[in-house]
Design a protein around this ligand. Structure first.
Ligand code: AHR
Length: 505
């Protein structure tokens, strides 16, 4: 059996975990909204048309913030189309995803949904076809108490109290040619600055996210970030990062190492932010919102997307049927985010329902959890407090794109309030289990509460409507603690959550 050693020390803290690192995303895309969260004629629909079965799974996931309404969708969106009496709302050609948008769900409905899901809203404004005026009016509509045109309009629409939306994204992926209203870094930097300035005049308490690169492979990365921040540094609080990974070549060893690239991406953006900070002689720290990340390639590769007819309200696109190896990479990506939680303050798994999502619905039927649901649920429920720096001594391997990939990927969180430690660990080895000795320096008198294992006899297995519990985690992990040394057996190719608690005297 292979062996690895990991040292954690109570004093070696990476940073406080901002719970918004476990955010998610819902876009007007495919079946995310219509027949996803909203299906008025479904037997489980509430009085506003929201599916209660979906709400329940979202609440269990413990998502603190959800980005809305896009994505590429937002760059052609008129937010005013989605307010007021539903029967008067326009049907629009939705160019980003080639659909018909009926606007049955808009800002107010989404805020209502978020309340029911126990979450908050991260709102994106359109900097593609629109700009300063539409953005400032939307902030006024949502956050101004009353006595002005847009705030009174909200009150007329039945919302006496302001929505008080705290986090706002300045456009989406403006570096990409696929974006409606794609811009150069200078063009985007200028409009982002002017929009940010005026939005903060309407509500100085809001936090703003500048759109960073759509991925580390973009030819403009990282120059994009440097130029955009040069324009906006004093006005924005976060820069966004997006990345999606796939495994079309069926090279699992390489695929599950891709979280290392994600870490490099984060590190480069931190360096770029800090370069601009130094250039401006600023004391202000801009942080990271990794507001789109996931595995995404199945539906396109399998030809499912191509079958969705254009210009329908409900186009089943990007409906990924995730398989177990995806859950392992998702676990590694969650660990990557936690390992940089000193600067990554928000992150959104993209997306939440049906579209590249952990939750799938059957129209008129059941809802079920994809395999990627579980690692996310574990991290969002147990990964709180501070993250501890892992000092890992693990056997390594090389793959097509990476050298020295550690078989063990791990991070731990310590929740001082509850006196609980949670160790998250992935064994990337496809063939062998691994014995790992975790030395927990500075932690005395802890006991193992549970060792949750997520493993599968077939890495291509997933959950389906017919077999929704095909691959589920179990609590039969093998972990024991003596003094402050935790010894765990991590089964081959597995995600592990080892929870420890201070013993009662
Ligand atoms: O999340 C799906 C899409 O991926 C988003 O609309 C876009 O921002 C990204 O390219």
């Amino acid at each position: 059996m292979k062996k690895a050693k990991v040292i954690y020390d109570k004093e070696f803290v990476i940073g406080q975990v901002d719970k918004r690192i476990y955010g998610s995303f819902l876009e007007h895309m495919g079946r995310a909204i219509y027949t996803g969260i909203y299906e008025p004629d479904h037997p489980q629909a509430d009085e506003m048309g929201f599916r209660k079965d979906v709400l329940e799974l979202v609440r269990k996931l413990n998502v603190p913030i959800v980005r809305y309404p896009g994505g590429n969708f937002v760059s052609g969106y008129n937010w005013e189309d989605g307010i007021g009496p539903k029967e008067k709302r326009p049907r629009r050609l939705e160019l980003a995803w080639r659909a018909i948008e009926t606007n049955e769900v808009g800002v107010n409905e989404f805020v209502e949904w978020a309340k029911r899901a126990n979450t908050s809203v991260m709102m994106t404004v359109n900097l593609g076809t629109r700009g300063i005026d539409a953005a400032r009016n939307l902030v006024e509509y949502c956050n101004f108490p009353g006595g002005t045109y847009y705030s009174d309009l909200r009150r007329q629409h039945g919302y006496e109290q302001p929505h008080n939306i705290k986090v706002w994204c300045l456009g989406n992926e403006m570096d990409g040619d696929w974006q409606i209203g794609h811009k150069t870094a200078h063009e985007y930097g200028r409009i982002a600055r002017e929009t940010a300035k005026v939005m903060k005049w309407v509500d100085p308490s809001i936090e703003l996210v500048a759109a960073g690169s759509s991925g580390p492979k973009m030819p403009t990365f990282p120059e994009w970030e440097a130029i955009v921040l040069d324009h906006t540094y004093d006005l924005v609080d976060y820069v966004s990062l997006h990345v999606y990974y796939g495994n079309p070549e069926k090279d699992t060893k390489n695929f599950v190492a891709k979280s290392l690239e994600m870490e490099e991406f984060i590190k480069t953006v931190i360096s770029t932010i800090d370069y601009v900070k130094a250039k401006k002689r600023s004391k202000k720290v801009v942080n990271i919102s990794f507001d789109e990340w996931n595995v995404w390639y199945h539906a396109h590769l399998e030809g499912k997307d191509q079958k969705a007819e254009p210009w329908a309200q409900i186009r089943a696109i990007a409906e990924e049927d995730y398989v177990f190896e995806d859950a392992i990479l998702v676990g590694c990506m969650l660990i990557a985010l936690l390992k940089h939680c000193d600067r990554v303050k928000m992150a959104c798994m993209a997306q939440l329902v049906n579209v590249i999502a952990p939750i799938t619905t059957v129209k008129g039927g059941i809802t079920y959890r994809q395999v990627i649901y579980y690692p996310f649920m574990h991290a969002a429920n147990f990964g709180h407090g501070v993250a501890l720096l892992p000092k890992v001594n693990s056997p390594k391997y090389d793959s097509k794109d990476f050298t020295d990939v550690p078989y063990i990927e791990t991070v731990a969180t310590y929740n001082e309030e509850k006196d609980e430690i949670t160790v998250f660990a992935v064994n990337r080895d496809l063939e062998e289990e691994m014995q790992v000795e975790f030395k927990l320096d500075g932690f005395e008198g802890f006991e193992v509460v549970e060792h949750i294992v997520y493993e599968s006899d077939d890495i291509y297995k997933g959950n389906t409507a017919e077999n929704p519990d095909n691959v589920v985690p179990h609590k039969g992990g093998n972990s024991r603690i003596e003094g402050n040394v935790l010894t765990s057996i991590l089964p081959k190719f597995s995600w592990n959550v080892i929870r420890l608690k201070k013993k009662e005297n």
